[in-house]
Design a protein around this ligand. Structure first.
Ligand code: HEC
Length: 116
């Protein structure tokens, strides 16, 4: 809720250039699938609203993150990222778009200032 309001606000300010890299499908999939964990304080998943949780992951590079999203990933704490977010029907291209959207969300300063 906070995030979508913020994105509307960002677009109203003409900050949409920062989001242009992410195809719309990416945002839709993140909202519908990935947010269940990645925008859920009850989950141990790295949160979209907390870019600091992504710093070390971003350092691995986009390809590594796409690989994790496609095949699943278990970190040192034993928390599990399920393959394709648990949705095997999603295509490789859709998963890539979702990862690109996540990357743009957590690495764009204008979208990282909405923590309370
Ligand atoms: C059932 C919960 C859940 C769902 C749904 C989910 N994730 Fe995750 N994801 C996790 C958890 C937990 C981690 C952290 C794993 C760890 O490193 O301990 C994670 C980590 C990641 C990472 C970082 C992987 C790495 O190599 O560091 C990416 C990228 C990612 N998720 C993308 C996605 C995408 C894209 C979707 C939607 C298609 C998605 N996730 C849906 C739980 C989820």
């Amino acid at each position: 809720m906070m995030r979508s309001l913020f994105l509307l606000f960002a677009c109203a300010l003409g900050a949409d250039a920062a989001l242009a890299d992410a195809p719309p499908a990416g945002k839709r999939i993140v909202d519908q699938v990935c947010s269940a964990c990645h925008a859920n304080d009850l989950s141990e998943a790295p949160q979209l609203k907390q870019p600091a949780m992504w710093t070390a992951r971003l350092a691995k590079g986009r390809d590594a993150l796409v690989h994790s999203a496609l095949n699943g990933f278990t970190g040192p704490t034993g928390e599990e990222m399920p393959p394709r977010g648990g949705r095997p029907e999603l295509t490789d291209a859709e998963i890539q778009a979702a990862v690109d959207f996540i990357i743009s969300t957590v690495s764009t300063p204008t979208t990282t200032r909405n923590t309370p």
